[in-house]
Design a protein around this ligand. Structure first.
Ligand code: PGA
Length: 253
């Protein structure tokens, strides 16, 4: 079986002014200095990216963005382009987060267009999928997540898949304090891996990093991260406190 390196990412969402972001990044960089067993990324708000870049430069902490435009440039008021992200040192972008899907109406094909653009521009992507509570209760979790994966990866070749990490984030577990049980999460991760196997190959499916997200905290991280198909975490709330984010990183066995 492929040995997959763990990947822990912090999604700061719409939090932290520049000074606060710089302080948090400093604490994380310092605390993560000796970490070698996982890949680490932090995604501050756009307004703090340039300053946070100065802190993470040359360290083992990568700079990420929380979203980007599906267009390269031009008349798109309020949007941020991939070149702008690269310009400030971003190397990974979160695409298709459920808050983008639900609050801002992003659909699978729109998300797919962003993924294709990111890959074309050689930017790493964390591609988020996940079912709502209603969908889970209707017994449709596997079907919804499978469709999101298939639609989001349309046109992504085997070779390009190396730019993509998938984050399974059940919508009902985000920011709610409710976490999927280790087993429930792992079951969905397994279905995602089987979907990748059908779309690509067994070898690629085994190599794919699939993060779990949704109320990950120091108390539950160790158990989640020790599940066979869970290769990391996309952390929201607990990534806003260095101590908690570092404890999640340190919970990797
Ligand atoms: P949470 O957010 O850890 O606060 O639940 C996770 C996410 O939305 O990525």
């Amino acid at each position: 079986m492929a040995v997959r390196k763990k990947y822990i990412a912090g999604n700061w969402k719409m939090n932290k002014l520049t000074d606060e972001a710089v302080s948090l990044a400093k604490e994380i960089v310092e605390g993560a200095q000796k970490v070698t067993n996982c890949k680490i990324m932090i995604a501050p708000p756009y307004t703090a990216l340039s300053e946070v870049k100065k802190i993470v430069k040359g360290t083992n902490v990568l700079l990420g963005a929380q979203n980007m435009s599906n267009e390269k440039s031009g008349a798109h008021t309020g949007e941020i382009s991939i070149d702008m992200l690269k310009d400030v040192g971003v190397s990974a972008v979160i695409i298709g987060h459920s808050e983008r899907r639900i609050i801002y109406g992003e659909k699978d094909d729109f998300i797919n267009s962003k993924i294709l653009l990111a890959i074309k521009e050689k930017m790493d992507v964390i591609f988020c999928v996940g079912e709502t509570l209603k969908e889970r209760e209707a017994g449709k979790a596997f079907e919804i997540v499978t469709n999101q994966v298939v639609n989001g990866l349309k046109g992504v070749t085997e070779k390009d898949l190396s730019f993509v990490t998938i984050a399974y984030e059940p919508v009902w577990a985000i920011g709610t304090g409710k976490t999927a049980t280790d087993k429930d999460a792992d079951d969905v991760h397994k279905v995602i891996r089987e979907t990748l196997e059908k779309l690509y190959s067994k070898e690629l499916a085994q190599k794919m990093i699939i993060q779990y997200g949704g109320s990950v905290k120091p108390e539950n991280a160790g158990a989640l991260l020790s599940m066979e198909n869970i290769d990391g975490a996309l952390v929201g709330g607990a990534s806003l406190k260095a101590e908690q984010f570092l404890a999640i990183i340190n919970s990797i066995k």
